[in-house]
Design a protein around this ligand. Structure first.
Ligand code: ATP
Ligand code: MN
Length: 266
């Protein structure tokens, strides 16, 4: 993936561009003026010091690496910034997550995409906070402003993000055992997310789990729903199926979807 490289200079940007053009920009690779202003504000407040290149550019959001220097001579802290795109059609798919979501009652009018992305970002921020406080490994949420979310970078000290579970290089004599234990680990995470956080991820797969050193990390929780959402159990079954299929393809002897469902919800 080649990244739209964002340096501080780009963030400052020329502010004289036509508004129209700037408004469209987040849907492409460049940051629009509003997003640049938010990033500048976050830089001024010390949540981040430098914004680096994109870790991921997707349909609904871009994720950028960033660094904060909390103390002048202290070590830098690696952060990730998720910028939700404001001009997206894919929000149509998301309606089913909102309908029936009581936390979403105010202001989630269809058609106002700027309001919608703000709500998605808020939802992700709150869900991350809940998941993180429950002791489940996930990015610690740091700061939220409109459609821009700053969180802990899951990666090494040089700022290289951990791979998705899909791309994890797990090999060696004990790889079979590692896969098996990761499967068990994930079942525990799903259970804890359900029992303690009262959340169903609702888009759980090998693409939304990061991996490092035998540890799984849950990401991408903007669409996660409360366990009392009318479709939460349907989403949970989907999560169980998708993750089970993946581990089966990796050679793990998985439990039946039914057994996993009972384990998580009982
Ligand atoms: P899209 O659907 O548009 O691709 P998304 O909603 O799937 O975006 P995420 O899954 O949250 O967005 O993030 C996209 C990618 O960015 C992830 O697959 C992961 O590789 C990387 N990423 C996200 N958050 C972090 C983080 N905190 N630390 C390291 N990498 C991250
Ligand atoms: Mn994702």
């Amino acid at each position: 993936k080649h990244a739209a490289k964002i340096r501080l200079d780009d963030v400052k940007g020329e502010q004289s561009r036509e508004k129209d053009k700037a408004d469209r920009a987040t849907s492409e690779q460049v940051l629009d003026q509003r997003t640049r202003m938010i990033l500048l504000q976050m830089i001024n407040r010390g949540f981040v010091s430098e914004v680096h290149g994109a870790i991921s550019t997707g349909k609904e959001a871009n994720v950028y690496g960033a660094v904060a220097y909390p103390d002048l001579d202290g070590p830098p802290i690696q952060r990730a910034i998720k910028v939700y795109k404001t001009a997206i059609l894919s929000f149509k798919d998301r309606e089913r997550y909102i309908t029936g979501e009581h936390r979403f009652k105010s202001g989630a009018e269809k058609g106002n995409s700027r309001k919608m992305v703000k709500l998605w970002a808020e939802k992700e921020f709150r869900n991350l906070r809940r998941i993180h406080s429950a002791g489940i490994k996930c990015p610690e949420p740091i700061q939220l402003k409109l459609h821009v979310l700053v969180m802990e970078l899951l990666g090494d000290r040089k700022g290289y993000a951990y791979p998705r579970l899909r791309d994890a290089a797990i090999s060696g004599d004990d790889s079979e055992e590692v896969w098996r234990s990761l499967y068990i680990q994930l079942l525990g995470i799903m259970r804890r997310m359900y029992q303690v956080c009262r959340l169903v991820h609702a888009d759980l797969s090998e693409y939304n789990i990061l991996y490092n050193n035998r540890q799984l990390y849950i990401i991408d929780v903007s669409q996660s729903v409360e366990h009392d959402h009318p479709r939460s159990l349907e989403f949970l079954r989907m999560d169980i199926k998708n993750t089970g299929d993946f581990f089966r393809r990796e050679g793990v002897e998985i439990l039946s979807d039914r057994a996993v469902f009972d384990f998580i919800t009982a």
